[in-house]
Design a protein. Structure first.
Lengths: 306, 363
């Protein structure tokens, strides 16, 4: 396996959790809810996903545990922000703090344990293709699922009636309410979906990326996923580009460190975070300083009048 | 059954006072259940967490030591949150304050410099924190970049800058390769206030901050401006208040206070610059700010309470083998309950029987 192929494979692996989490959050934000708890839901997904896989020996069950954990945590967020009209920013922060703590508690017993990483799915002829074979057709299920998920989200948002209603809810909850749609129910489903995606993204880390669990292993990926949604202008297609761009940055800095160019390793490690700031600035600037493409009701509280 | 919110005609003053207390009680009940799940006696665990630290003079002092940075950071955050500005990178500003202030301590180490060193360190610490906080503020004002994400990203960057310095240029040559600076000279150290306790002069600074913030938020035009911009941005525009200037101002104040807390922490209880100087003060301070109702005096009380959970958590880890992460769980649950109870100030909750179906679950 050549170096280039290895780099491509690792870029895809680094991008997949970002893509999964950001795809879920994109749907949440399109419904008008800003859930800043992605990091907390991801790390819970990682802990519960690893626990599930270690106890049963099955990657699939592990992944399902991760999804369930993320969705469960997001239901708490939904209860607060939708049921009790709590400020979404503050509730999201609470969710992250809680998730980090709970995951440490759950994962403590599993630190140092190892599992078999998710199997790579090889296709008979295609995987054998020169150059692109292993890159395109030699990934594990998570990778294929993440791409399919984004395609499905695109189709849902732009080609189905439900998707149209969801986008309308995010752009004007009062109009959606006036038309007779249950804003809170639509948002509840979106938040649960986003939580499941974040949980799956977290579960990917110990189930595929590294075959073990360490506390805090998400290392800010949840926050980067949030930034990616802004980067993508809330459009699924651009989300893929963004996620792979960030995956590439985080992998290339690792390789640059290996070459030892005399640059402090800390600077290279800081690159993905710095890149996030810079990208946010450039994107926001290109839009003339306004979040004009953001869903208009994003982050605002909705209390239906009866 | 369906849960429905009804807007109250006016804010409930009673619940405004009672809500933090209700939240604490609910958290304690939830924690008892968690302790039971972990197979620990809830009464004994709550005793170790919340009562024992209050019975020993040394741990009482430790609570004050831990509360000092929490109060300073949280008061700064209150300025931001009142103005509806979301600085969540106080942890990074705390670290950069510690780094900038420590620069003086490192270069004057062993040179016999005069007593000017400590005051200058405090000024540099506050300036460092404020400048670090101004990065997301300027990105927001100039380019419209979301301050929540940028301020948080800079936490990781600040952490790595400190890591680089203490492993590289600032490492103590006699430190056996540990990533730490040399111990600060006495002139670069915040003095303790009494023997047998680590309570230090920084606590007095924190008290002064509480007083100054109370006056500023309650009695000055600037404080009024902050409230108006946060509560009624449209009215603020008519009044000619610039929300952009206020973003810069509140970020600078909160960054400055976090930076000051950072340098006081390293020049005081820690005594060197090294990784792990903060057990997440910058994030816990967010909870302190909300639990204290964004009010300086409330924040002081909330800061002492959250500090108690840190100390109690350490005690519970040692005597009952309860994982330290439970403290974070406690803090997260507490914030949830505080936010939920706050909602009762504005709304009345009605449970309505009838056609409302239980929430459907679809994938």
């Amino acid at each position: 396996m050549g170096l280039i192929e290895a780099i491509f494979l690792s870029v895809i692996a680094a991008s997949t959790p970002l893509l999964l989490a950001a795809a879920g959050e994109l749907v949440v934000e399109r419904s008008g809810v800003l859930n800043l708890g992605v990091e907390g839901m991801m790390i819970m997904g990682a802990a519960c996903g690893f626990a599930g896989a270690w106890l049963t020996g099955s990657t699939l069950i592990g992944a399902l545990c991760g999804i369930a954990a993320g969705a469960a945590l997001s239901s708490v967020f939904a209860l607060l922000t939708l049921g009790l009209a709590v400020n979404q920013v503050a509730a999201g922060l609470a969710l992250t703090i809680l998730g980090v703590g709970l995951s440490g508690l759950i994962g403590a017993g599993f630190v140092g344990e190892k599992i078999n990483p998710a199997p790579h799915l090889y296709l008979p002829v295609l995987t054998g293709l020169p150059v692109v074979g292993k890159i395109l057709f030699g990934q594990d299920g998570f990778v294929y699922f993440s791409v399919a998920l984004v395609a499905a989200i695109w189709w849902f948002l732009y080609r189905t009636r439900s998707g149209l209603i969801l986008r309308a809810t995010g752009d004007s909850h009062t109009s959606a309410h006036a038309l007779g749609y249950s804003v809170l129910r639509i948002r509840l489903l979106a938040v649960l979906f986003g939580g499941g995606c974040a949980g799956l993204a977290g579960a990917f880390l110990p189930l595929s990326y590294t075959p073990f669990f360490i506390p805090g292993m998400t290392a800010g990926r949840g926050w980067i996923a949030l930034a990616l949604v802004v980067f993508s202008s809330w459009m699924p297609g651009r989300l893929v580009a963004g996620a792979y761009l960030f995956g590439a940055v985080s992998i290339l800095q690792l390789h640059a460190q290996a070459f030892g160019l005399g640059i402090p390793s800390q600077l290279m490690t800081a690159l993905p975070y710095l890149a996030t700031v810079i990208v946010l600035v450039i994107i926001s600037r290109a839009r003339g300083g306004g979040g004009s493409v953001a869903p208009a009701s994003l982050g605002t509280v909705f209390v239906p009048d009866r | 059954m369906q849960l429905v919110l009804e807007k109250r005609a006016e804010r409930s003053a009673l619940i405004a006072v009672a809500s933090p207390l209700i939240a604490i009680v609910l958290t304690l009940v939830t924690m008892s259940i968690l302790f039971a799940i972990l197979g620990k006696n809830p009464i004994a665990a709550l005793n170790v967490y919340f009562v024992e630290p209050l019975t020993d003079p040394y741990t009482l002092g430790e609570i004050v030591v831990k509360a000092t940075p929490l109060i300073m950071i949280a008061i700064g955050l209150a300025f931001c949150y009142l103005a509806n500005v979301w600085n969540i990178g106080a942890e990074g500003q705390f670290i950069m304050g510690a780094v900038c202030g420590s620069y003086l301590a490192v270069v004057t180490n062993g040179t016999g410099a005069g007593p000017w060193v400590l005051p200058a360190m405090l000024v540099m610490g506050a300036a460092g924190g404020a400048l670090w906080a101004l990065i997301p503020a300027i990105c927001k004002v100039r380019f419209g970049a979301n301050e929540i994400l940028t301020s948080l990203m800079l936490v990781y960057v600040a952490d790595l800058i400190m890591d680089y310095l203490v492993r590289g240029p600032w490492r103590d040559p006699k430190g056996m390769n540990f990533p730490t600076t040399a111990s600060f000279d006495p002139v670069a150290t915040v003095p303790t206030l009494m023997d047998g306790s680590r309570v230090h002069a920084g606590t007095i600074v924190a008290l002064l901050v509480v007083i100054a913030a109370t006056v500023m938020l309650g009695r000055t035009i600037k404080g009024f401006e902050i409230r108006v911009v946060g509560a009624a941005p449209r009215a603020a525009r008519f009044a000619g208040f610039s929300s952009n200037k206020l973003v810069l101002f509140t970020f600078a104040v909160s960054g400055g206070l976090a930076g000051l807390a950072g340098i006081i922490e390293v020049a005081g209880p820690v005594g060197v610059l090294q990784p792990g100087i903060s057990p997440g003060y910058g994030f816990t301070a967010i909870i302190v700010a909300f639990l204290g109702r964004l009010n300086p005096v409330g924040i002081m009380i909330a800061g002492l309470f959250l500090a108690l959970t840190f100390i109690g958590g350490e005690g519970a880890q040692i005597s009952m083998k309860i994982p330290l992460d439970l403290t974070k769980v406690f803090q997260g649950i507490l914030l949830f309950y505080v936010l939920a109870c706050d909602s009762l100030i504005l709304y009345r909750i009605r449970l309505i029987a009838g056609q409302g179906k239980a929430a459907p679950k679809t994938a």
